[in-house]
Design a protein around this ligand. Structure first.
Ligand code: SF4
Length: 94
């Protein structure tokens, strides 16, 4: 299963090629994407799995740029990404 609204899977959506996954250690979100689409309070294991990922930074940037994505991307939950978007948004004109 994947993100029920977008059909997205982190590694696949990022275009991480299969050979890169098979030659090295498989990316956890490619092996077990269900673990990445859980409620925030259950996101600990996915966040832990993202921590050593070579794609963590572009993955997080990709997900921060797309507010429709659910799940853990780049070690960040949806609510954490929302908070980052708010924190970096330009202040409204007075
Ligand atoms: S950072 Fe996490 S979600 Fe992103 S590609 Fe790596 S394992 Fe997958």
């Amino acid at each position: 299963m994947s993100d029920w609204r977008t059909g997205a899977r982190p590694a696949v959506q990022l275009g991480v090629p299969a050979f890169a996954v098979e030659e090295r250690r498989p990316l956890p979100c490619r092996v077990d994407p269900e673990a990445f689409f859980v409620k925030d309070e259950h996101a600990g294991p996915a966040k832990w799995l993202c921590a050593p990922c070579a794609y963590r930074e572009p993955c997080a940037e990709y997900a921060i740029a797309d507010p429709t994505l659910d799940g853990v991307w780049g070690g960040l939950t949806r609510s954490e990404r929302r908070a980052l978007r708010r924190a970096t948004a330009a202040p409204a004109a007075a």
